[in-house]
Each structure stands twice: as C-alpha cells, then as structure tokens.
Design a protein around this ligand. Structure first.
Ligand SMILES: Cc1ncc(COP(=O)(O)O)c(C=O)c1O
Length: 445
C-alpha cells in the first residue's frame, strides 16, 4: 500500500469521523462546531450565538429544544425502546399514521414509515413499480426524474436525481430505465420573480416528449420536488405542476411529490401539494416530521395504491419492503409530540402569514453586488450570486463562512445561498438574517 495516508492526528479528535457532504480536510483544519441549541439559535462550544437561518438542515421547523418532544422521547425510551414492525405493531405507530392521514393531501391516507428522506424516496419508487405490477401492468418500470432534482442518496434517489456531483462519482451504477425532465430554473426569463415564476409552465410538456420516446406503457412514475431545495431553490413556474398532473393522469403514470423539505409547514400549508392545489399519488416526507429530533421518514400513499396491494390471499405479505426501524417507537413518540406542537401553535400554516414580510426581506438584497437572482416562496429564500471566473462556488462558500462568523447560519449550494428558518421566526430575526447577508455580500469581492 503506497497510498498517501491522511495525517494521523492532524486535528486531534476530528480525524476519525468521515463527514458527509463535507470538504473534510478543509473543515478539520478550521472546524465549525455546534454545541447547544434552543429556539432560533445554536451556540458554538465557546458560547457564541448563531441564528439558525436554515432550521438545521430544513428540518427543525418548530425551533430547537422543544420540551414536549424531549419529554415524549424520554417517556417512550423508558417504557419501550424498541418494537419490531414486521408482523408486529405498537400503538404509537398506528396513532401517528392516523394523525398524519388527517393533515395529508386528500386521499393520501396510507402511511409507510422509513428513517430518512432517502429511504422514503426509494420506498416510493418501489411502491410505484410494484403497484403497476399488482394491477397487471408489470412492464411499467421506467422512472422519470428531473434535472437538478435531489432525492437523497440511495441508488434509486440518486438515479432519478439530477445533481451532477451526486451522480458522476458513482459511474454507471444507476437504476436502468430512468429518464429526466428538464429543470425549471430560467433566470433569463424569471430573475427576481416574487413567489412562483410566470415563465415555464410549458416545460411540463417535455413529459409528453418522453412519453412519445418511451411509450406510456413502460413508465411507472414521475418524481419531482414541488420546490427543489438542494439544487439552490428551484421553483415551479405557475401552472407547471398542474400540467404534470394532467399528463400523468392521461397516461396512467403515477406522480410522486418529494416533500422532504416542503412538508410540514414550510410553504404555508402542511404540504406544498396543498399550497399548489395539485395532489400526487405518492408523497415522500422526513425532516420536519419529528422536527429533526429523531430520524424518521414517511411515505404517504393514495388509498387506491394501498388497495391495489390488498388483493390475493390474506396471509400473504403484500409488500416485501420495510426497515428494522420502520415506525420506531422513539421516532413515533417524537413525531406525535411534534404534531401536537405544529397544531397547537398553528405552525403548519404560519409561513403563509410571514411570507410577504419574508419576500420583501429577501428581495431587499436585489441590486447588491454579484446578485443575479432572488427566489422565494413560503419561508424559503435563495440568493444566487455570480460565480467567480473559473471558480464556481468560491464566492458562495465565502459568503456562507462569513455569515457564520457573524452569527448567522445559512446554506450554500454552489453560488446560491439558501435560507429556510424555523417557522417560529420573528421579524427582528428575519431582519438580522438579511442585514448580515447584505453586509457580507457587499464586502465579498
Ligand atoms: C427533496 C429531498 N429528498 C430527499 C432528501 C434526502 O433526505 P435524507 O438526507 O433524510 O436522506 C432530501 C434531503 O435534503 C431532500 O431535500
């Protein structure tokens, strides 16, 4: 073995952890550590306050340190820490599914539990394919994703996803039979749109082209994020999602909405599907479900899909799929407590009333140096900066770092700065995010 070894103790205790989606060496040379969190804030180990402008990673929608969740998890841990969900059950799993069905988009009232967004996506893709087979259309196996889509890191999600760095390192190890719609980011037509952009509904018609190419009879499902987050906030043009729905309906293709980031109040309704008045057949969720406190995901399936599986002898397992930790009791307890808080404090819809103020704050960044676009919807915002010549992402990274130094956590994808604060945010905190970002953008060459 001649391979150059990484320094054994370059930064003491930081070496062993191979960090995900992180420039490990750069980080370990200059770490950004978080030690405590409450409400809208994190604190670093040396006690510096950092305003959370991204709800952790789009998941801590209720704000940090929710006592109800802590208590529910503690109680469940001391009562029953684990129960299997294969051929067995525990009451909290059924209660949670029933509660979720009540806030779900119309008809999506059959809930399958997973442990992450990636697992939710792979689960939904498998359900879509198996659904067609259950109806005698087993040739419908093709999946259609979209450029710039992010659907997690499983082989299924990676294959239907459309972010090049998440794909290119893994060679041809993709699912076969996947195609992609074009993305809907069109700054040349839609720069500085407030809310959904006007231009681009016709991009949904590209699905017709893919249907003409592959034939509808080979296509199982189309999966899109109603609002794409990871690629730097890409919004659906007005009418686009409705058009996708119509084309899917006409061709017996299932429509999957990946609501891992848009779910649980982010866009002013419980789910983006309700905000946009377009109901998918399957919906993937995670993140805000437990407020990020315990890993958990959920796939919401239309009842027609569930019913299609409930055929044949009653002693057969209908879906050969599941996880050791599906409906984990601790996760169920956290999710039930989170739902109580969402409901009691009106947080599944609060983003709608904050959206105009948020939109104005975001668009106040227009006109600053290097700002090419500002995008917003609900409590989501993004500022797209002009890349430095030959150094894509460098300016975005510097802005992200400097905001953190000044006590505001934002998220960076390339040269796009994304924001998605906890849904409890107050006016003065919106102002602080925007003032900090504005100052940093002004000073970043
Ligand atoms: C739309 C979408 N789908 C799936 C995922 C993957 O979720 P996880 O990281 O929990 O696997 C994410 C994560 O950001 C996401 O934004």
């Amino acid at each position: 073995m001649n391979a150059k070894l990484s320094p054994a103790h370059s930064n003491g205790d930081l070496d062993a952890f191979w960090m995900p989606f992180t420039a490990n060496r750069q980080f370990k040379a200059n770490p950004r550590l978080l030690a405590r969190a409450e409400g809208m804030y994190y604190w670093t180990p040396d006690g510096r306050e950092v305003l959370d402008g991204v709800a952790g990673l789009w998941c801590v929608n209720l704000g940090h340190g929710r006592r109800e969740i802590t208590e529910a998890v503690t109680k469940q841990l001391s009562t029953m820490e684990y129960a299997p969900a294969f051929q067995m059950g525990h009451p909290a799993a059924f209660e949670l599914a029933n509660r979720l069905a009540k806030v779900a988009p119309l008809g999506l009232d059959r809930i399958f539990f997973t442990n992450s967004g990636s697992e939710s996506v792979d689960t939904a893709l498998k359900i879509a394919i198996a659904y067609h087979r259950a109806r005698g259309a087993g040739q419908r196996t093709r999946l259609i994703g979209r450029e710039k889509g992010y659907h997690g890191v499983g082989f299924g999600g990676m294959s239907v996803g459309g972010m090049v760095n998440n794909r290119k390192f893994f060679g041809a190890s993709m699912l076969p039979g996947v195609d992609h719609l074009p993305h809907t980011l069109a700054i040349e037509h839609n720069a500085f749109s407030r809310g959904l952009p006007q231009w681009g509904a016709h991009l949904a018609d590209e699905l017709q082209r893919l249907i003409a190419l592959h034939d509808a009879s080979t296509i199982a499902a189309v999966i899109v994020e109603p609002i794409a987050g990871s690629a730097g906030v890409v919004l659906p043009p007005i009418g686009y999602l409705k058009r996708l729905r119509e084309i899917c309906d006409k061709n017996d293709i299932l429509l999957i909405f990946d609501e891992v980031i848009t779910g649980f109040g982010r866009v002013g309704k419980p789910f983006a599907s309700q905000a946009f008045d377009v109901t998918p057949d399957l919906m993937t969720t995670a993140k805000g479900l437990t407020n990020g406190a315990v890993p958990m995901g959920a796939v919401f399936a239309h009842r027609k899909i569930y019913d299609a599986f409930m055929q044949g002898p009653e002693n057969t397992i209908e879906l050969f799929h599941g996880y050791t930790y599906s409906a984990h009791p601790i996760a169920c307890a956290a999710a039930l407590a989170a739902l109580d808080v969402y409901t009691r404090e009106g947080l599944l819809t609060r983003a709608a009333s904050l959206a105009p103020e948020w939109e104005n704050a975001m668009h106040s960044l227009r006109g600053l140096p290097h700002v090419l676009d500002v995008r917003n919807y609900g409590l989501i915002g993004a500022v797209e900066l002009e890349p430095r010549t030959g150094k894509p992402g460098a300016r975005g990274f510097e802005v992200f770092l400097e905001c953190f130094e000044r006590g505001v956590m934002v998220r960076q994808t390339g040269d796009t700065i994304a924001m998605s604060p906890p849904l409890i945010i107050e006016s003065k905190q919106i102002a602080r995010i925007v003032e900090t970002l504005a100052a940093v953008i002004r000073e970043t060459v």
